[in-house]
Design a protein around this ligand. Structure first.
Ligand code: CTP
Length: 413
């Protein structure tokens, strides 16, 4: 039910932290990819190892955690991946920091930078909850116990606290809502659209690498972010997703079939093997246009084995054009049964060149963009359909753009 969703669970230092284990376990059972971020004091109550085991992901406690070395800035990388942030339990201290824009640890900095929806489950002593400063902080982050207008605008939802027996001995308000209720609220939050359920979508991402020798290669500046955003969004909307990706440093999206390739030829082989079952193919990859020429007095195996020496102070390489994957797919006999989406990256005459590519590659839709898009989290682009209709779209996050592109794909399907 939550397959394809990436959920960050923030755990702060209330004794209700033990109930967060149940939340992780339930979210996992529903198919979500769960990442836990803890405050340092919460680790006094429950160990990161418990959450690591339950979530099958490393747990972020410190901003500069060595186990997150694959993510250059872990709290930002997690914030970008997230479809939802839940803070359960949320202490008065964490709520106070959120209310005042304070980011002094991994959890609060992540909460400041995240744009996905947020759900907070406070847990504290009854007098703390009633304290006028805490009340003020709760309304500053947009909520009150019964919800409020500002809450929706700021994308914060609040659940609880409930009345009941508190760890401090009082029978009063302050208990964290039960994991079951938090899960229910989570499901409701996501119960938007599953409009790609039952569809197979093949997506390519990243740049390819063409080997010059065993250590050097020709590549391009593609980060893969657009293709990965498309894969995550398509999966979140219920599609079965195959992602063929050139080398990137991005985390593998949850619950997609991932095929890692290096060269344009490998990408073509993977795409051709998978295209038959696809209802839609979205070629977001920046496929290398040139590769080393086989006619050199050096064989393909030698390219992989023999490092070119610097002896002569200069080197001439003969390159030949790679095969156009999209064009080859467009020539398959079952072309009519699928939707083909291409990207056009242009420095000049964006719309004119994109239109020409749409026609030459027999596409249903082309996403025209400029090199400024490379490695950015945002994209400004135009969509051009088969009939030549152009929609110029404003700069937006790649996640939002991915959903817009998928809206078009869905309508054509
Ligand atoms: N593409 C492809 N196979 C290639 C090159 C590109 O399938 N060998 C796809 C890309 O994934 C993209 C579209 O074709 O969806 C356009 O890619 P782009 O690099 O903009 O254009 P090219 O066709 O390579 O033309 P040029 O580099 O001359 O602009």
């Amino acid at each position: 039910m939550l397959a394809g969703k990436t959920i960050i669970l923030g755990v702060s230092s209330s004794i209700a932290a033990y109930k967060a284990c149940e939340i992780v376990s339930r979210l996992k059972k529903l198919g979500a990819d769960v990442w836990v971020v803890m405050t340092r004091s919460a680790t006094q109550l429950i160990t990161p190892q418990t959450f690591r085991t339950l979530s099958c992901n490393p747990v972020l406690v410190d901003l500069f955690a060595p186990e997150f070395s694959a993510m250059p800035v872990p709290h930002i990388a997690l914030a970008k991946m997230a479809d939802l942030l839940i803070i359960a339990p949320a202490t008065a201290n964490v709520i106070g920091k959120l209310a005042h824009g304070i980011g002094d640890d991994a959890l609060t900095t992540l909460a400041l930078s995240i744009t996905a929806p947020k759900l907070i489950a406070p847990a504290m002593n009854c007098e703390m909850w009633r304290n006028p400063i805490v009340r003020k902080n709760v309304s500053a982050i947009g909520g009150s116990a019964s919800g409020g207008k500002k809450l929706k605008e700021l994308k914060w939802r609040i659940i609880g606290p409930e009345a009941g027996h508190l760890a401090c001995g009082d029978d009063d308000i302050g208990r964290m809502s039960e994991p079951e209720e938090i899960i229910e609220a989570t499901i409701k939050l996501f119960a938007e659209k599953f409009d790609l359920e039952g569809k197979n979508i093949l997506i390519t991402a990243g740049g390819t690498r063409e080997a010059i020798d065993p250590v050097r290669y020709i590549s391009n500046r593609s980060s893969g972010k657009m293709g990965y955003a498309l894969a995550r969004a398509a999966r979140a909307r219920g599609a079965k997703v195959t992602l063929v990706s050139g080398p990137t440093y991005l985390p593998v999206p949850a619950d997609v079939e991932m095929i890692k390739v290096e060269s344009a030829a490998e990408m073509m082989e993977a795409v051709l093997a998978k295209q038959k079952d696809a209802d839609a193919i979205v070629m977001a990859a920046a496929v290398g246009d040139f590769t080393r020429n086989d006619e050199l007095p050096i064989t393909n195996d030698e390219i992989k084995l023999k490092k070119i020496k610097r002896n002569n102070n200069k080197l001439s390489l003969t390159l030949k054009s790679t095969q156009d994957i999209l064009q080859i797919i467009a020539q398959q006999k079952d072309r009519k049964n699928k939707i083909l989406v291409g990207f056009a990256l242009e420095t000049d005459d964006l719309i004119k060149n994109a239109k020409a590519k749409l026609k030459a590659k027999d596409l249903d839709l082309i996403v025209a963009n400029e090199p400024a898009t490379f490695d950015s989290d945002e994209i400004k682009f135009s969509l051009i359909n088969r009939a030549g209709k152009i929609d110029n779209l404003p700069k937006q996050t790649k996640t939002t753009a991915a959903n817009l592109i998928l809206d078009r794909v869905q309508a054509m399907l």
